[in-house]
Design a protein. Structure first.
Length: 253
């Protein structure tokens, strides 16, 4: 029999400082509440929050659906930085973890925010859909698309609308009409699409002001926090090139 000793590490005792506030309750005051938990291997913030809710306080509000960085529901500030709770491991954080709701979006309660209303408003502001060149023909042959172009469009489609880039953007925090990185990404996605009927001049009208591409100051806070690592830098460069081209064209005419 082996005489080798098996040593088990004592789990860390994690301390969660969680923002609490219920805007629907007139007696509720914004504050941070502390909860403690023993860390488990591969514990994510999503698992930790569920344990706190199940074992310590069933009134704690936070959102999740997919648990795999797909639905975009669980964005929150983790030690001041926008992140997804479901793909953030506690082992990558210190023993004290401060959790707060994403700014910019309407607070529902505690860590839960309404990103849906903001994203719907942004989509309406930028016309985030295909404007067809001709009525849809169910029996027509499929239109072919260049593979590189299809890939570039797909990259824009990967956005899960988590809101991390909006919460991490200084401009979006002070200008509620700024479409933010998610909005600029969506515009670039539809501008590239050859099935869309809008001309560069049409797009110029939509995005060439301080609420669109020229409102962005380019410090790339959004790029650093996007959990899907979207090519936001490339999207801005594309939009700026297009918009400057359209502006020069307008000057010439
Ligand atoms: S580059 Fe800066 S200003 Fe522009 S969308 Fe990103 S975070 Fe906002
Ligand atoms: S661009 Fe990235 S950070 Fe912004 S909403 Fe989409 S997935 Fe989230
Ligand atoms: S629970 Fe869906 S992205 Fe985190």
């Amino acid at each position: 029999m082996s005489t080798e000793m098996i040593t088990l590490e004592t789990p860390r005792r994690l301390r969660f400082e969680i923002f609490r506030f219920n805007p629907e309750d007139p007696s509720s005051e914004p504050h941070h509440q502390t909860f403690e938990l023993d860390e488990q291997p591969f514990m994510t913030l999503y698992i930790a929050l569920n344990r706190i809710r199940e074992e310590q306080d069933p009134s704690l509000q936070f959102d999740f659906a997919c648990r795999s960085a797909i639905c975009g529901s669980c964005g929150m500030l983790v030690n001041g930085r926008p992140r997804l709770a479901c793909n953030t491991l506690t082992r990558d954080l210190g023993e004290t973890i401060r959790l707060e709701p994403l700014p910019v979006f309407k607070l529902i309660g505690d860590l839960s925010v309404d990103t849906g209303t903001w994203f719907r408003g942004m989509a309406e502001q930028v016309g985030g859909w295909i404007e067809e060149k001709a009525p849809f023909q169910a029996h027509a042959e499929e239109e072919r698309m260049d593979a590189d172009l299809a890939q570039a469009i797909y990259e824009g489609e990967r956005c899960i609308e988590c809101g991390c880039c909006i919460a991490g953007c200084g401009v979006a925090n002070v200008n509620p009409d700024f479409v933010g990185a998610a909005g600029l990404n969506r515009i670039a996605r539809f501008m590239r699409d050859p099935r869309d009927a809008r001309s560069e001049d049409d797009w110029f009208e939509v995005v060439s002001d301080e609420n669109g591409v020229f409102g962005c100051i380019g410090l790339m806070g959004c790029h650093d926090v996007c959990p899907k690592e979207l090519p936001l830098l490339e999207q801005y460069a594309y939009l700026r090139r297009k918009m400057l081209g359209a502006a020069r064209e307008e000057e010439r005419t």
